[in-house]
Design a protein around this ligand. Sequence first.
Ligand code: ADP
Ligand code: ZN
Ligand code: ZN
Length: 730
Amino acid sequence: MIAEVIVDIAHSEVDKIFDYIATPEIVPGCRVIVPFGNMKVEGFVIGVKEFSDYQKDLKQIIRVIDDMPAITTECLALMRFMCAKYHIPCALALRQFITAQMRKEKVGKKLVTIGYLNKDIPVSDMLNSINKNATAQANIINFLADGKSAQLPQLNREFGGQAVKKLIEKNFILTEEIRLIRSPYIAVTGLHKQVDLVDAQIKAIESINNTDKTVTLLHGVTGSGKTEVYLRLIKQAIEKGKSAIMLVPEISLTPQMLTQLRATFGDDVAILHSGLSDGERFDEWCRLRTGDAHVAVGARSAIFAPVENLGVIIIDEEHDGSYVSESSPRYDTKDIAEFRANYNGCKLILGSATPSVTTYLNAKNGVYNLAVMPERINKKPMPEMIIADMRKEIRRGNNSAFSTPLKEELERCLNNGNQAIIFLNRRGYSQRIVCRECGYIAKCENCDIALNYHSVGNVLKCHYCGATYKMLKACPECGSVHINYVGTGTQKVVDDIKALFPNARILRMDNDTTSTKEGHLKILSAFGNHEADILVGTQMIAKGHDFPAVTLVGILDADMSLLFADYRSGERTFQLITQVAGRSGRADEKGVVVLQTYQPDNAILRYAINYDYQGFFARENSIRRTTFYPPYATILRVMVESEEDELAMEVLRNINEKLYDIYLKNQQQFLFYNKMKSPIKRLKNKYRYQVLIRIKQNNDQLINQIYNLALPEKTQKTLVYIEVNPSNLS
Ligand code: ADP
Ligand code: ZN
Ligand code: ZN
């Protein structure tokens, strides 16, 4: 028998299949140790055959790593799909299907030894036979008397190792090695609320079940009850003996979805995300792989869950940018989900109150099925939107981060014993250090990026590479001491609220406060238990949360994201405002949203405050069509990065020579072509150059050609990669 093996080495030069002599138990999907050169390396068996074309010197597989093949047949097919579509090495695709720590066998099963009483000997006989003074032994026997078992280390700790040892010697205690399952978020449990579906939910489920299309867009306003629809669809799948994948955009949202999934499906749910410990992650992965659990929930990477026989895949908040991986391997979760849905013949549900323009266009054009839930549960009104014109506030002499309407609403909210969410647009977004004399801006030494001021620790931080600097005492350029920060960060907002409402209890949620394990969960559950009145935060509090006591949402800088130079900034702003506003007034009391802006007449803001998705889509769609932007075109950014400036430039020149040729031959297909420095010309110590390309739609062949010409130009010291419709062009 011959096994075809992909060795797990990063170099693309070894991205080919090697033949090894195998024993019969080796099947496709097994991970194995093989000799490679003079090393022993891990590899994936992707096929077996009887004969090899290389008859000479075939080496033998050394051993199999896992108990059962780690890679399913479906994932082997998915690997081929990913390699062809994203031009990545096989090993890189395969690595997505296991947990990182499984490589090099850094994590494995956790075995523990337990002890219990020998049932063949009556307890009274045991007690009678031991020495009268051996109280510890008697205590252990009594402790384990009614059929209990306990881990040996625990018994040793509580009763003393000597006594335990004696009882084992006497054969009174029997021991056994068992596998311990490390479970994340044990504290997350809840009772399943049995609700009767409302009409809109019933219709949505029928529409999904009856369509012959694979993908359904579930377009439901915030609070329309999408979660309940997801739960029912998963239940249908489970009842048919199938499995399900449920994706949420951010780790911070996972605990909440998990509560509901656990309440409904109990231990049949497994969670996959980077916030888990290595052991937990491995055990959850195993439970899915062995079929112990059928429902996988998590952020983006959970789309690779090792479940078989999928009955449904759900992507909640489908418009969210986090579903596109922006680092190696670059992929779009929706591509992967669609592949898996087609492979299994199951449905893929994309849920959102604010679908992306591309998704909605697909639904309108009939590529996707469209199910709509246009009203909140029980026809609860959408929250009232109040616009606060910050220009007027400044004219009135109010320079604080809070407008008069927001202050008034906050006061009313607190007096009524309700809760408020204060949202601002990105951690310390504009907290830059600027010299008021000469205009100097403090920047990171590794990156060409302005540093952000953090009042905790009085330091400057680079949000791109994480470097930390001491706060400056004077301007390095002109020596002036009038160097200070401008703008607002979460910490500053908290300080401002404290000054206005000294008795209010405030929680802050941003990257600083959620860095610990299960940090999100702690803050969210504290707020959910009404241990605080106000939650201040960035993007991560925008989505999905269902806090019934929240009646006020304040959006401090509603127009901030309009300032980004990105063709999607209008779409982003609309989505963000709608999502944040949707957190208000979800239970009995009416909700209010205060939207602070310097551009109260902006068209996007107008659509958002009127909850007019159709109007927003019509405008945005026509702009994209007439200006040729996605979904009416494809943007490709060919990036070159190197620590050496000269080298990066040279590689870019080589790439440009080849690509420019293609451009000249296919000019009618190109909408834009330019070779340039990247807007951030240095990042994490690397110089960055790029070719920016925009081509007409449906040009997979041309895209493949660009990949095939550019990628081989990479060198040992120079990274080359291609981004498709990148969300960030900096
Ligand atoms: P969405 O995800 O669409 O924003 P949710 O699924 O969070 O909305 O639902 C909003 C609220 O309505 C939740 O508190 C949920 O428990 C409740 N809910 C959902 N469906 C029903 C129903 N059929 N009857 C009563 N309450 C419901
Ligand atoms: Zn200066
Ligand atoms: Zn930096």
